[in-house]
Design a protein. Sequence first.
Length: 314
Amino acid sequence: MPLPTARLACVVLAHEDPVHVRRLVEALDPFPVFLHCDARTSDALFGAMTTGLPDRVRLLPRLRTGWAKWENVAAEVAGYRAALAETDVTHVAVLTGSDYPLADAAEITALLEAHREESFLAVHPMPFAAWGRDGGRARLRYRHWAWRKHMLRLPVPRRLPQDVVPAGGSQVKVLARRHAAAVVDVVDSRPDLVRFWRRTWIADETFVPSVLRSPALTPDFAQEHVPHALWWIGWDGTAQKSPPWLTTADAGRLLERRTVADTALPHLFARKFSTERSSDLLDVVDGAFGLRQAAEPRQAAEPREPAEPREAVA
C-alpha cells in the first residue's frame, strides 16, 4: 500500500520503551514513519513496539546501534533512503524514540511549506568551543572505538579526507529532500568517507553535518538551511553527557520556551521523554497542542487488528 502524501517523513530511531514509541507514532499522524529498532532489543520488546502499527509505518532493517557507534549513522541513512524511495515528501526528520512533537500536523506542514527547499539544523564549524579544549577535533583526528560505554582511542593522528569541511551538530534534525539525498549519495559514492567515519567518535554528531557543510559534497547548503534547531531540549546548565529526562516539573520551561526569544520560529519537537517519567507531562503537551485523539496512550503489548507494517527498502 502506498504511503500517504505529506510534507514530512519521520525517521524514528528507537531501542526501548515501546509504549512511548507507539505514543510518538500516534502523535505524528498523518506523517509516514520509518521506524528503526535496535537489533539488540529483545524479541518481546520489538513485538510490543511494532505489532499492529498503522500502514503509514515502515520498519527499517535492524542494525546493532548503540552509544557512539557508526551504526547510528547507518540507521539514519537507511531512513533517508527509504523515505526518498517511498514518498514524495519535501522534508525528512530524524527523531529518537524518546522525542515528541510540540505542534500538530497542520502547524508542522505550514512551516515546512514556507521553507520547501531548506533544512533546519544548527551546524557548528569545528573546532566547536562547546566540545572541549580542542573543539572536538580529536573526534576525527584519531581512530576510536566504543566499548561498554567507554571510549578507546588510538593515539596515532590521521588526515581528514579530501574535500571535507569538519562540522558538528545534533543527531536530531529536519533535512530538505535534496539534502537528505545528498547524504545518501555521499554514502554510496564515497566509501573512503564511510571507512573514515566508522572510527570517529560519536559519528552521528559529525558525519551528516560535515557532509552538508562541505561545498564539494553539498553545494549551496550554507544558503539553503535555517540555522535553528526545531527541538527543545531541557538542558539545565549542569554537565551531562545526554539530555535530562523531562517531567511535569519542566512543564513551565517547556511551554514558555516553545518559541525562543530571538526568532519567530517555534520548536516543533522536544526531548527526552519516557513512559515512566513523563506520562503526565505528555498529557499536558497533548492538551496544549491538540495532539492525539485518544485520551490515554494505548498499551504497546496489546496488538491491534491491522497487519504488521511492511519493511522499508534497505
